[in-house]
Ligand binder design. Sequence first.
Ligand code: NAI
Length: 339
Amino acid sequence: MAIHVGVIGLGRMGQIHARNIAENVPDATLYAACSYVDEELELAKREFGVKETYKNYEDMIANTNLDAVVIVSPSGLHTEHIRIAMQKGLHVFCEKPIGLDSEDIKKTIEVINSRPNQVFQLGFMRRYDESYQYAKKLVDEGTIGELTLIRCYGIDPSSGLESFVNFAKNSRSGGLFADMSIHDIDLVRWFTGKEIKRVWAIGKNAAYPILDKLGELETGAAMMQLEDKTMAILVAGRNAAHGYHVETELIGTKGMLRVAQQPEKNLVTIFNNEGVVRPTSQNFPERFHDAFIREMKEFISCIKEGRQPEVTAYDGLLGTIVADACQKSVETNSIVVID
Ligand code: NAI
């Protein structure tokens, strides 16, 4: 029988998950949706065939027809929404970050751990991207030897700035490191299997003064040392003129790997009066289109097969702790040690 899913949040990301559940995950039915915004609820009925819509989350999950919820509400609401759904006996998929406050996340993990028969999955979708999975396999097989340094770029396109400003005005993003670098922090932990122990982070706003008013950074950089002295350098930003720039480099004792050396759209190269041009992915829905579908298929498979996914709530906690350390490092201009 199909798993009945309710989605909370139908904004930029919520609509992607809603469409995937409705159209691309065969064993799932998008049964209900919740949002503050009337037009989004209308769209959910019209485009995704949702049967029931709600403005209040607790009303939605009181519906006994639901098996699972997909939480795509603003980041500051995730932990509360996870706890309520877990306590109702539902399986939970939650977008990143799991939360913005580590003590609150720890309380939430206690609730998750007290219900081992319910699936909990966190939206670290890069782990479901085929290129990252291939790179991970090569690293695990020792192809590039022992890792010494990981360099990550995660920069949103300048064209997305307006929508980000609206997002940041209406809800807490958690800052550049919790909102953007969290994916790279997870990749560093995933590739190495080691914890990050010291960080030094800095940032600058240049092109968009409005980000100063919102307490947000346009570009930030963090240097990290892991427990075994492996190094990581993370660059995050909101202002890539050429598109959505996600790139990862892994340097090992026997070689080097790059994922998306140029963040290419596809295999096409254009030769014209602008020179030799490689089109780039323009945004996260385009670059991670398949990964979003694969992570949702994994969530539904876990429910059907009675198992937990590889990515855990603990990974979410560690992501937030490291992102917080980066933010603190920017604010205090000092190296922050993570216990
Ligand atoms: P958004 O601002 O576009 O949408 C938020 C949605 O939540 C709206 O539909 C709003 O009506 C709804 N909402 C807000 N408070 C609510 C409440 N109390 N009850 C019911 N509905 C409520 O936000 P966006 O960009 O879609 O982000 C949502 C989450 O997805 C964030 O946590 C963000 O970090 C994450 N995200 C993850 C991405 C990834 O790469 N995995 C990419 C973009 C966002």
